[in-house]
Design a protein around this ligand. Structure first.
Ligand SMILES: Nc1ncnc2c1ncn2[C@@H]1O[C@H](COP(=O)(O)OP(=O)(O)O)[C@@H](O)[C@H]1O
Ligand SMILES: [Mg+2]
Length: 347
């Protein structure tokens, strides 16, 4: 299989020594962007890296091509310059991601890792993340319940799988779900995930995306492993709410100073409400209530959510799939050729 060959090829470049003499152990603060390029080119010289598609602090994501494979197949190459404190060989992101193999999780095709630099290689997804797909391609401010039901069916399978393997994602949001040409969704970004095997309880560092973090994370509470999956379910609830209404359930607009303690207090006193004027079913609202319950004891866990009426009923999904099958929308090369038609089906 091509992917395996690719993985083997990539592991052969992993044997490169980090003593390159280009001084990358000095810490990211001292690296200028030209140096960064040089570092990346040195380690990944089997790749052509023409386009940067994302950049944040010490992370660069390229759309690139593998020189040894003579096709125009593109890959996404996430390059991370490690900070001094992360200097352990094999980044946590790689060590967690390489154990995961699921249809709705992006495949890690290869990686490179050394003391000061790591890189993860995936298939490039044309529509990028769900947020980009919604705003750039569908040009919608919110997503329909039909669409969300379809998304839920796929992403919950990925969440169930990681929880079964005692991994918490901890950063579930639109930007960490990719969309491919066939309208399949894939979970990405295990950069702050946690492997909680052999633990009785967990206390999480204050990490995640503001607005998506559950109250027990904001409050730095000790969480028993039996409730661990509920942390990701809260974020998934925020994702659904935000996608359906275009606002956060615990609205952070007036709290954009990102004060975690203030946010925790705010959730504590706020009652979850739904904005008027949106056509959503009571079953959907009830699911959101259960996912976004601020009391972890009462919140859905991964098993409860699979038994929820809205999720389990799957009527909407069935109807949606039938519509799509009837129009052969899955068979066309790219849904962007047909984006107007597609928009009609997910009304
Ligand atoms: N395989 C891919 N194909 C296309 N775009 C991608 C791919 N992987 C990541 N991206 C884009 O890059 C962004 C950042 O990637 P991510 O791994 O989430 O990094 P970070 O840890 O900085 O959030 C994603 O939100 C998405 O827009
Ligand atoms: Mg991300």
């Amino acid at each position: 299989m091509q992917h395996n060959v690719f993985f083997e090829d990539i592991s052969s470049i992993s044997s490169k020594k980090s003593s390159s003499g280009i001084g990358i152990n000095t810490g990211i603060d001292k690296l200028k962007s030209e140096d960064l390029k040089e570092v990346i080119n040195y380690y990944l010289n089997d790749f052509e890296l023409p386009d940067i598609i994302y950049q944040k602090n010490n992370i660069l994501l390229y759309k690139g091509y593998y020189k040894k494979i003579n096709t125009k197949k593109s890959f996404a190459i996430k390059c991370i310059i490690k900070e001094k404190k992360q200097n352990k060989v094999l980044s946590k992101e790689i060590s967690i991601h390489q154990k995961l193999k699921h249809y709705h999780i992006i495949d890690l095709l290869g990686y490179y890792d050394c003391n000061s630099f790591s890189s993860l290689i995936y298939d490039y997804m044309k529509y990028s993340d769900l947020h980009n797909f919604q705003t750039t391609f569908l040009k919608r401010s919110i997503l329909s319940e039909t669409f969300l039901c379809y998304l839920t069916g796929q992403i919950l399978e990925a969440i169930k799988y990681i929880h079964k393997n005692k991994i918490l994602h901890l950063d579930i949001k639109q930007k960490n779900i990719l969309v491919n040409d066939l309208m399949q969704f894939k979970l990405i970004d295990f950069s702050i995930s946690l492997d909680y095997k052999n633990k009785a309880y967990i206390i999480l560092p204050l990490a995640g995306s503001f607005g998506y973090m559950s109250p027990e994370v904001l409050n730095r509470k000790k969480i028993s492993v039996k409730d661990a999956s509920k942390i990701d379910i809260f974020s998934f609830g925020v994702l659904l709410y935000f996608s359906a209404f275009g606002i956060y359930p615990y609205d952070i607009n007036d709290l954009n100073d990102r004060d975690y303690d203030k946010m925790a207090e705010y959730i504590e006193i706020k009652t979850l409400t739904f904005p008027d004027g949106y056509k959503v079913s009571n079953k959907f609202k009830s699911l959101l209530q259960k996912c976004l319950d601020k009391n972890i004891e009462n919140r859905y866990n991964i098993h409860n959510i699979f038994n929820d009426d809205w999720v389990k009923g799957g009527e909407i999904i069935k109807e949606y799939k039938e519509k799509l099958c009837n129009t052969n929308i899955f068979l066309i090369d790219s849904i962007s050729d047909n984006i107007l038609e597609f928009n009609n089906y997910i009304k």
